[in-house]
Design a protein around this ligand. Sequence first.
Ligand code: B12
Ligand code: SF4
Length: 514
Amino acid sequence: MAKVTMVRVPSLFAAGALTLTATPPIGIAYVAGNLRAGGHKVKVVDSIGEALEQYYHFGMKNLYVNGYTMKQLLAAIPKDSEYIGVSFPFSNEWPLAKKVCFAIREEFPRAVIFCGGEHATAVPEYCLTDCPAIDYCVIGEGEETALDLINALESGRPAKEVGSIALRDEWGKVVNTLRRSRMLSIDDIPEPAWDLVPLENYLAGGYSYGVNIGRTIPIIATRGCPYQCTFCSNPLMWTTRWLARTPARVVEEMEFYIKKYGIQNFDFYDLTTVVKKEWIVEFCTMLVDRGLNITWQLPSGTRSEALDSEVTALLYKSGCRNLTYAPESGSPETLKKIKKKINPDRMIESMKAAIANRINIKANIIVGFPGEKFKNILETYKFIIRMAVTGVHDVSVWTFSAYPGSEIFHDLQKANRMPPFNDDYFISLLSYSDLKNVVSWNEYFSSGQLKYMRLFGLILFYAASYISKPVRLVKSIRNIIRHKPESRMEMIVEKAINRHKKSDPRPWEEALVK
Ligand code: B12
Ligand code: SF4
């Protein structure tokens, strides 16, 4: 039995971020659950969940850190840890994450440090080269691989026989082992080890990915996504295989959380939950039949082909209150280029059906894809107005960021249009959701122009929305003041006000001194 500590690094985000960062870490909880089921002694250090109200500045003034200081983080790792697994969900957090790994290495010189997550999967060679403190990168889905790696090291089996990892060979060169196939019987994956995570801090503090409508826990019903949008890193991370758990297993898990943690609301963290109509109908019907009296949300953006009037009525009946659509663009030309494979008219029909069935809906838009011209952005603006008039409750207008692992990222690399990998590049990825600082990857618009184009898109949406439904503005202000957000925008504004109040003027680097 090995002693393993799983570490979630504090979060790093832009001061002008239009996004949330503190949510219960389901990826780590899954890996921890599987390692424990495999017979190891596991502890989780969730640097965010343990210090949800701590904010510092990082480097330049426009970046914040939320969570433990380095000193607290190192103190929380048991001294006898033999394996320390560090999670990197976001590429934009690499400048902070590698500092954490270096510090862990200094404090625990003999421990094996392995890491995983989206960033480690997209650029494993770079992670191992830029941060020699790390011994192994786990690529893709982490449960089986992390267990196999630890078992191999414990039994003396060479690590290079473990599938889906990156490691240094005898000559110090980084090599990738063969990628293992995805886990097929996903119903059998041990449940996330929520008992090892400071879950109650999130539940009591109303930290959720969707709208805060009660004690909320993340859950996953499906893994993978069958599509291959060119701006998305998921085909590399999960492959294009979409697998769904049986509805009964998902509902059983929900019932367990209701009893154990008093859960009232469930956030689905799937890449795209609704792919098959039969699946979602069976799932909702089961929720209705069991009379669970809960709400649930799909905050991460789902496909909408199966979301017609019948299905959205059933979604509401079964407790679904918030749904995110991901049109990304209103321009047919852009949609084709990014391989989004949606039909904007059909999506509007689906949105109308959801709104008629009282579901609160949000849509994700991205502007500034490479090659996008002004006429394409105008088409997107038109689509934004259509959505506002249709009654869509929220829109996020992101600017395009070239995330490692995505097809566009590789195309830009091939065309020599990628800057060198360094902290500036990784931090520039934050411009995706940063109102103040934008980095343009587009040939036709400068960063400054794109910043205003995004802002204009947002203003356009909310102006059109409040003009066509003035009561909504009053309702939003009232919800924010009463701390009872109903939409994602209200929740984000509320949390942003909170973090500006809580921000500690000390830089994180200072807090980092032991
Ligand atoms: C929930 C979510 C969020 C939540 C919280 C995420 C969190 N902190 O856990 C919030 C709302 C905060 C968020 C924000 C953002 N997000 Co987000 N988010 C997701 C989402 C939908 C689910 C993540 C998840 O829980 N997946 C399910 C679990 C099981 O998978 P997992 O975390 O990847 O973990 C598995 C493996 O990675 C691995 N693993 C993970 N950690 C470790 C550690 C070790 C040691 C090992 C061995 C293995 C391992 O094993 C796990 C189990 O198989 C993903 C898309 C997706 N479905 O994956 C995007 C995703 C992670 N987000 C993304 C982005 C870009 C963002 C934002 C920058 C943009 C935005 N939307 O505002 C911000 C950045 C926030 C910040 N800090 O600056 C990208 C990341 C791409 C990248 N390379 O960085 C993703 C992949 C979506 C996408 N395709 O664009 N996000
Ligand atoms: S953007 Fe959504 S639909 Fe497209 S590949 Fe990524 S997860 Fe799938």
